[in-house]
Design a protein around this ligand. Structure first.
Ligand code: TRP
Length: 512
């Protein structure tokens, strides 16, 4: 057989660190800064770290190894990799990248757009009089809009920054793997680490910071009895590590032949989770400062944090306005971090989707990226309307709690049972200095599907007995459920299309 490296020309990361930074860039995103600290607080403070670490060890790291190993072995995007194992499973790869590209990233980019606006507002602390009212006004939230179907008007300021964000997404991916993604992440990641460390040093010295840190880290182990806490931990691990998105598979397909899959997986996962932990220290120090300025008792800190969105866009801005010195700079740095972290994640799905289309249909990469960026922008418009925040909440809930989890279970079944876990382990160990132990096979074969299956059943029960977020049932069915079904339908249609070149010919053999 001809060398697959010659049959299928494929872009490659220029440097190994370039790959690591891009993968870390995808992993570290808005989720680390606004969702993780909030989840910690909501789910029993320090005690949440227990299910979170368990989720990281049981599902996160083993699946990261699976996705990197698979992308490396199959040298293809998620659809091509799954199709190389079995054509009957190709739809799964398409479904993952379709519901992330035409679901998660649509609203995710809108949140980056808000951050971009707030970054600009920081220069004159525009919100300072009344942060809550300012944010509602910014979103155009009114009493009348109670169902997502009364969409109201488009908020032009948000629409404008959404265009800027999609332009940036487009240009980075358009320039290609090495010149676009690798270069952008080599700039973004060090900058992000630098900024968060400055914010950390700054915030933990604020008066009252320790009070906030106590709220963040003081464990309330009773919470561990609630299934909701475990569901949150496992779905956060998927979201934060970009697993089940088809992204890591695509990024790993651009690796050279010799790679350290086990070591790289550990590095990416640990750096990501450490970043979340640090972001939590920053957020809670700042909350502690606020409580002490307003002389709130410690228990009250929690009442200020209602949801992750108001944490970043109301509570945080309010506190920034109260800082004793350089408050503008703090705002600029905080929202700057969010924009950078968000962009380095959103570009990764654009790449994963482009790779999927190019692998199968051989269209020009630049044309695919351009069409995608325009569709992403247009698809995001619904989230810039006055009802945008309701849409965002519903889509976010259903795609994360079901799409990622169901995709993850099926991915494990496909790789561990249909392809066979030990074959992938042998491939990984062939190149890896740190050997993957045999019990990994059982983890992906049995433990992960079981754990995720339990989580899934629990979420289903919760969502069937009570409409999520108290929204009308019609909204939940037409937006939440149907979003999943339509994307599934498109995935099946695209998968049914025949391949021009057999996908399995791209596979890398572990010999030689
Ligand atoms: N891991 C990211 C986070 O924690 C989320 C993310 C990664 C993402 N890639 C993405 C979201 C692509 C949307 C599209 O925030």
């Amino acid at each position: 057989m001809k060398d697959p490296l010659l049959v299928h020309h494929r872009p490659q990361w220029k440097t190994h660190i370039g790959f690591l930074l891009a993968a870390v860039g995808s992993a570290i995103g808005l989720g680390n800064i606004w969702r993780f600290p909030y989840l910690c607080y909501k789910n029993g403070g320090g005690a949440f770290l227990v299910p979170y670490l368990i989720a990281l060890l049981v599902v996160g790291i083993p699946l990261m190894i699976l996705e990197i190993g698979l992308g490396h072995k199959m040298r293809g995007s998620a659809p091509a990799s799954f199709a190389s194992i079995s054509k009957r499973w190709e739809w799964l790869g398409w479904w993952q990248i379709i519901f992330v590209m035409f679901g998660i990233v649509l609203y995710y980019s809108v949140i980056i757009a808000w951050c971009f606006n707030y970054f600009a507002f920081s220069f004159d602390l525009a919100w300072v009089q009344d942060p809550g009212g300012f944010f509602e006004n910014f979103l155009g939230k009114t009493e009348e809009i109670t169902t997502p179907f009364a969409i109201g008007n488009i908020q032009t300021l948000i629409l404008f920054s959404l265009a800027v964000i999609w332009f940036l997404n487009w240009i980075i991916v358009f320039l290609g793997v090495e010149k676009g993604l690798e270069r952008a992440n080599k700039l973004f990641m060090p900058l992000l680490f630098f900024l968060i460390l400055i914010l950390l040093a700054w915030s933990i010295r604020l008066q009252g910071a320790h009070q906030g840190l106590q709220v963040y880290l003081k464990p309330n182990f009773d919470k561990l009895r609630e299934p909701g806490v475990w569901i949150d931990a496992f779905s956060q691990i998927f979201f934060t590590l970009s697993l089940g998105f088809g992204i890591i598979i695509a990024y790993a397909s651009y690796l050279p032949k010799k790679v350290q899959v086990v070591r790289d997986s550990l590095v990416i996962s640990i750096v990501n989770c450490a970043f979340s932990f640090i972001a939590g220290l920053v957020v809670f120090s700042v909350l502690g400062y606020m409580a002490s300025e307003l002389s709130l008792p410690q228990g009250e800190i929690g009442n200020i944090v209602k949801d992750p969105i108001s944490l970043s866009f109301v509570v945080f801005p309010k506190t920034i306005g109260m800082l004793p010195a350089f408050s503008r700079l703090f705002g600029i740095m905080f929202f700057g971090c969010l924009v950078i972290a968000g962009l380095s994640s959103s570009v990764s799905i654009l790449e994963a989707f482009t790779a999927g289309v190019v692998d199968k249909f051989h269209y020009s990469r630049k044309a695919v990226v351009s069409v995608l960026a325009i569709s992403g922008f247009l698809g995001g418009v619904i989230f810039t309307t006055q009802a945008g925040i309701i849409w965002l909440d519903i889509v976010d809930h259903f795609l994360n709690k079901y799409g990622l989890v169901v995709g993850g279970i099926l991915e494990c079944i496909l790789v561990a049972w249909v392809y066979r876990a030990f074959k992938l382990r042998q491939h990984i160990n062939h190149f890896s200095l740190w050997k993957l132990p045999a019990f990994w096979d059982y983890t992906v074969k049995i433990a992960i599907p079981l754990v995720l299956g339990t989580i899934l059943v629990n979420s289903l029960i919760a969502d069937i007995t009570k409409p999520y977020g108290g929204y009308p049932w019609t909204a939940i069915i037409l937006i939440g459920r149907d979003w999943l079904l339509y994307t599934l339908f498109f995935a099946i249609v695209v998968a049914a299309h025949p391949w021009k070149i057999e996908p399995s010919t791209r596979m890398l053999s572990s010999e030689a």
